[in-house]
Design a protein around this ligand. Structure first.
Ligand SMILES: Cc1ncc(COP(=O)(O)O)c(C=O)c1O
Length: 416
């Protein structure tokens, strides 16, 4: 197992987390290389020998070491900003395997993507289509584009991470797609190369995902009959992971459904997973500062906070909290809220957990590999955590802890 107790000590692969805390301090994100590779391979295996691309969704965790690992495994990338494109290129990623999603691409970002020679810009509105055409015309390029279709399908996930409903801000309405493809095909500086959708993140059930794939395939058929040949179909929607005890449907079940929806079509099938690659491959290591017994609740005040891991505050998300030293069966436990030092009542990492912790103990907040560091901030002027990649018996610092002076290095005081 990637995170398991060995001789009473919680380890990442073969490295005790205590050792990582001593070497690199806390709070600290710890990732398992083996776990990340296994998840990528689960996709590659499910896709078999079909013409396909696994485009890792950079937003889930954009550390260069993870992007470089993905590159070595043969992945492409799903990006949502010029910053993410720069990261992919810095990590040695191939721009010809990059898809650029997102509803608010700036002119600069579009130009940067076209100059880099990316695989495709996923266009999310008619206004954006106009802008891509204008930028491509100005710089004398032909922009490869796909429309992100809003399939109006309920992904049955948390409302903050559902993206495929009619009322959501994402994608082009299904009914407008054919007209926009015809329009794009008429323009000398636009080249329609694909079609895609994305219905949301943390999907538990493959049925809506497969239904979305079927809708997109049906639309691709109509577009093709209209004389526009596409090269890829991007079936988007983030497969869920187990944070607690959620029923787990396999990557095979999801991907198998998309493969059936595509049948014998010749287009490349693209999937763009993020969370299911890195989510369970990471933990946030934190140290208990104080045990605080309140009038109504007990608190473990730890040195990690909502600025490090926002998911509990943002979505009321549940993360397992494990003691780094394996608790003895007879140890007396109490029920605690695990909270950070930030001045917000929403600053909690876990609530109502039976733990036998004392000040100075280390805790691991599990399943923190996705939307942990990438959503972190400097709120309360807290430097961002270190990140460590474990590989067998080795532990590599892949991002050093931020230093306080870096927090205000870009600021200045006017000469009043
Ligand atoms: C276009 C797109 N691709 C990929 C993802 C990644 O989803 P997940 O991390 O759930 O796999 C998202 C997340 O919302 C997305 O909007």
């Amino acid at each position: 197992m990637d995170f398991a107790y060995r001789n009473g000590a919680l380890c990442a692969e073969q490295v005790p987390l205590e050792e990582i805390a001593q070497r690199f301090g806390t709070p600290c994100f710890v990732y398992s290389r083996a776990a990340i590779e296994r998840q990528y391979r689960a996709y590659a295996h499910a896709l078999g020998d079909r013409k396909a691309l696994v485009a890792y969704s950079v937003k889930a965790n954009s550390n260069l070491a993870i992007l470089a690992l993905m590159t070595r495994l043969g992945a492409g990338f799903d990006i949502v900003s010029g910053g993410e494109l720069a990261r992919v290129l810095a990590a040695g990623g191939d721009p010809r395997r990059v898809l650029f999603s997102g509803i608010g691409k700036s002119e600069d970002e579009i130009e940067q993507a076209l100059q880099a020679g990316i695989l495709c810009l996923n266009v999310e509105s008619e206004a954006e289509l106009e802008r891509v055409d204008a930028v491509a015309t100005r710089i004398g390029k032909r922009a490869p584009i796909a429309l992100r279709i809003n399939p109006d399908i309920d992904a049955k996930t948390h409302p903050h991470i559902a993206t495929g409903l009619r009322q959501s801000k994402f994608g082009v309405p299904h009914a407008e797609a054919e007209r926009l493809y015809r329009e794009a095909a008429r323009r000398a500086h636009l080249e329609p190369v694909g079609i895609g959708c994305h219905i949301g993140s943390l999907l538990a059930d493959p049925a809506p995902w497969i239904a979305a794939a079927e809708r997109v395939v049906e639309l691709a058929d109509r577009i093709e009959r209209g004389g526009i040949a596409l090269r890829h179909i991007d079936v988007g929607g983030g497969i869920g992971i187990r944070y607690r005890d959620e029923p787990q449907r396999s990557i095979d079940e999801f991907v198998g459904g998309a493969l059936r929806a595509l049948g014998a079509r010749r287009e490349t099938l693209i999937v763009d997973p993020g969370r299911s690659i890195v989510g369970n491959a990471g933990a946030l290591l934190t140290r208990v500062q104080y045990v605080k017994r309140g009038a109504a609740r007990n608190f473990l005040v730890v040195d990690a906070a909502m600025n490090d891991l926002l998911r509990p505050a943002l979505y009321d998300a549940w993360h397992e909290v494990r003691a780094v030293r394996e608790p003895q069966a007879a140890a007396a436990t109490a029920v605690y809220d695990v909270v950070g030092p930030i001045c917000e009542s929403a600053d909690f990492l876990a609530r109502d957990r039976a733990l036998a912790a004392r000040a100075g103990d280390l805790l691991a907040v599990m399943s923190a590999g996705a939307y942990g560091m990438s959503m972190s901030s400097n709120y309360n002027s807290r430097p961002r955590a270190a990140e460590v990649m474990v590989d067998g018996a080795g532990a590599h610092l892949v991002r050093r802890r931020e230093a306080v002076p870096e927090l205000f290095a870009g600021e200045s005081i006017p000469a009043w």
